[in-house]
Design a protein around this ligand. Sequence first.
Ligand code: AMP
Length: 362
Amino acid sequence: MRVGIIGAGQLGRMLALAGYPLGIQTRFLDPNANGSGGQVGPVVVGEIDDAARIDALARQVDVVTFDIENVPVDTLRAGTADSIVRPPPEALSIAQDRLNEKQLFGRLNIPAAPYMPIASLGDLERAPDALGWPIVLKARRLGYDGRGQRLVQSAAELEVAWRELGRVPSLAEGWVDFERELSLIAVRGSDGATAFYPLAENVHVDGILHTTTAPYQDERTQSRAEDYLALMLAELDYCGVLTVEFFLADGELMANEIAPRVHNSGHWTIEGAQTSQFENHMRAIVGLPLGGTSPTGFSFMLNLIGELPDRERLLKIAGLHLHDYGKTPRPKRKIGHCTLVTATEEERSVRADELIAVAGIP
Ligand code: AMP
């Protein structure tokens, strides 16, 4: 069983590491042979938007997957004409365009923030009449970790936001006064078997995920989120891990974004669930039975952003798991994460405070 991963970032690295014990060999396609993934597996060196290099990778493996979302879908299809690609490229093309995402939510009757497609400054100037203030202007494509979006608080700021975003096709979104941000991770096997992890609660700072606390225990919300993901999995004839980020507002879920891949808000599953999201993605795409998704305790995950805190001080925290992605430190860059799994919620909160005291808040 050989899996080809387009992109060799930390997600690819953790997928590869999860595959080894199952006897799954991985190789990557990435311009950088020595990056996060390249440090743990062989790399076909090339650009991820080069169909010939994708084809070179695909010929060496049984199934192709990806650890990043900006692989051009037409190029992916051209480079994998004779190969199995999981998750389906269709899911990627939806996740790459916020308008496609909104239309998917609409088609499946999944609640989401109100929005308007924006193609011109004129469109944007009309948006507040329908959406109220403030609005969030989001580029339709290539936004991640808070990039490619602007909060607009008044009419005077509209033109600046439009210019700063590069006058690209966008969405204007109504502001959601949410209580919490939650995400749900599902995995679907090639035979259609499906499993859901428990909901996780996420805190973002400057648009970048800072912490995840799991499980978020609320049966009604869990079951509603599972219903929504089940609709998406069926609609997309999905195989692999699918993540959906939600806002919880007035006790109801609103879908915000989908990621057709393993997700930062699921890193806690490495130590905090029976089977990690990475292992389950690998199991699903090579056609193995899925593993259990139950939590093994109360988990807290903290992203390490920009630079690594003192390793020794971190590791002195009882039960702490450190994941150093082997990346060069850079402001706002995710370079690692820490996970704590405890037997009680009280213990989690004590340990989490210790961790935040060492790692700081970005
Ligand atoms: P996104 O790239 O859409 O995931 O947005 C990044 C973060 O910005 C979200 O996780 C929220 O914290 C915040 N955000 C995005 N859209 C909205 C909105 N319509 N209302 C309130 N907060 C938002």
